[in-house]
Write a protein that binds this ligand. Structure first.
Ligand code: FES
Length: 154
């Protein structure tokens, strides 16, 4: 048996305050457990997400980035999510040029009532990035020794 701890991906999730963040809250209150590998950053609209935030998260230790926004037509700022969608396609192209597998980033529309979708998407993303393995970037910080403790997948 190997002493090497199993790889546990670190995922940064940027969730819109009005929908996906609320859905994540709902998942919590409904006791819908999901993989603990995700650190959620609340933003006021997916359209607020500068692609640079994603690049910075990946450079500073994340193995994947999940973005959650309101369904098309439901954005509180009219068309922030459409802006996000356009940027997302550009972001994926840019990441490919850096040699980063574009499956490390994911965009999902999740309304405030879809706690079960938050659970499913997070679990799928963690499994997918776990299969891809750690993101190796020059200058990326190595995980803190305490971070190697095994997380129990939900
Ligand atoms: Fe949720 Fe714009 S307010 S995506």
């Amino acid at each position: 048996m190997s002493d090497t701890p199993a790889f546990e991906p670190r995922i940064v999730a940027f969730f819109c305050n009005w929908c996906t963040y609320t859905a994540a809250d709902l998942a919590g209150t409904a006791r819908l457990t999901y993989a603990p590998n995700v650190r959620v950053v609340r933003i006021m609209c997916s359209g607020r997400l500068d692609p640079q935030f994603v690049v910075t998260a990946l450079r500073q230790g994340a193995d994947g980035v999940l973005i959650g926004g309101c369904h098309p037509g439901d954005c509180h700022y009219q068309e922030g999510n459409y802006k996000m969608l356009r940027r997302f396609h550009l972001l994926k192209r840019m990441l490919k040029q850096f040699g980063i597998d574009d499956q490390r980033v994911r965009l999902e529309w999740i309304s405030a009532s879809e706690g079960d979708k938050v659970q499913r998407v997070i679990n799928e993303m963690v499994a997918q990035v776990r299969d891809l393995g750690p993101l190796a970037l020059v200058g990326k910080p190595t995980p803190h020794p305490d971070a190697s403790e095994k997380h129990a997948a939900a």
